[in-house]
Ligand binder design. Structure first.
Ligand code: PEP
Ligand code: MN
Length: 337
């Protein structure tokens, strides 16, 4: 349920409404807008008398929210969420470029790639230390050692780190990580979502390969229900009947998410197409469609990459793309205002 307040509501009446609702076990999410303040009511609101609340002096309107996601719902929070990460931010009109190898392979590798992508304009470093692989015989990532190499690259370049958490037990190792990535395969690992909801670091949730928009938003809701509102969504391609490409990039997820939620959305064209030549056009299309950022795999020697070489860009190709994306972003902003 949302309660839209009249302008400059009487403070005493507002406090008594809030106390009355809290007494009924309702959690209140307050959104201060330029024109109106909105109270988002989360909990069992079925017993609340909508007409009684609507009749209060300070209330302009009351609406039931049908969608099962509340905290993530744009109706609860009309303004876009901006997630602060170190000295940078995700959302709010900026273009975040996360770049780096699929997997951290060595300190030299990740430091060299971090320096290169930073020089090209990347604002965050990506790199997997814990890798979700389809085969148990494939490279599984360097684990804690990989996180230490990411930390070295962060110290060297100042780039914040985004990396995947696969299991609850790894969380204590993530002290120097700036954004926790929940991978597509773990999008509905509800215990993991609850755990990252109880801590403060921003969480980026990659869309499961067969997840609906609503299921994806319910995953965000799990994190937000735990108290962590710093959630970022990442579309990385969904599974369709098409086998020529690794997945199918769902670019309409951008306008759909912009409509349904206030959370920022990042596009990963690397895992979507699975081919290096698809990354440039799809990254440009994502910026044109209003994405808040991109996550792009970059490797110094894709032919020898331990994971996802065919979809990785060399640093020079990434540099050319990043320059185009930054220009395109300016252009799109000036067109759309
Ligand atoms: C990744 O970003 O390294 C990754 C494994 O992505 P996804 O979870 O989208 O497959
Ligand atoms: Mn990868």
């Amino acid at each position: 349920m949302i309660v839209v307040l009249k302008q400059n509501p009487n403070r005493e009446q507002l406090d008594s409404l809030i106390a009355w609702l809290q007494d009924k076990g309702i959690t209140i999410h307050t959104s201060l807008g330029a024109a109106h303040t909105i109270l988002g009511l989360v909990g069992d609101t079925s017993a609340l008398d909508i007409d009684l609340i609507a009749a209060l002096d300070i209330v302009e309107d009351v609406k039931r929210v049908q969608e099962p996601y509340k905290n993530a719902n744009r109706k609860f929070h009309p303004e876009d969420t901006v997630v602060k990460v170190g000295s940078t931010q995700i959302g709010g009109g900026t273009l975040t470029i996360m770049a780096g190898p699929c997997s951290v392979e060595s300190e030299e590798q990740v430091v060299a790639i971090a320096k290169a992508v930073k020089a090209s304009g990347a604002t965050m470093l990506r790199g997997g230390a814990f890798k979700p692989r389809t085969s148990p015989y494939s490279f599984q990532g360097l684990g804690a050692t990989g996180l230490a190499y990411l930390k070295a690259a962060k110290e060297e370049t100042g780039l914040p780190i985004v990396t995947e958490l696969m299991d609850l037990s790894q969380l204590p190792l993530f002290k120097d990580v700036d954004v926790i990535q929940i991978g597509a395969r773990n999008m509905q690992n509800f215990d993991l979502l609850k755990a990252v909801g109880r801590q403060e670091k921003p969480v980026m949730i990659k869309r499961g390969m067969s997840a609906t928009y609503e299921e994806w938003l319910m995953s965000a809701e799990y994190v937000m229900a735990g108290g962590n509102e710093n959630v970022i969504l990442c579309e990385r391609g969904i599974r369709t009947f098409e086998h020529l490409t690794r997945n199918t990039l769902d670019l309409q997820a951008i306008p759909v998410m912009k409509r349904l939620t206030h959370l920022p959305i990042i596009i990963d064209p690397s895992h979507a197409g699975g081919k290096n030549w698809l990354v440039d056009p799809m990254a440009q299309a994502a910026v044109a469609a209003g994405a808040d950022g991109l996550q792009i795999e970059v490797h110094n020697d894709p032919a020898r990459a331990l994971c996802d070489g065919p979809q990785s860009l060399r640093p020079d190709a990434f540099d050319a793309l990043a320059q185009k994306l930054l220009k395109l972003h300016e252009c799109i902003r000036s067109i759309n205002g």
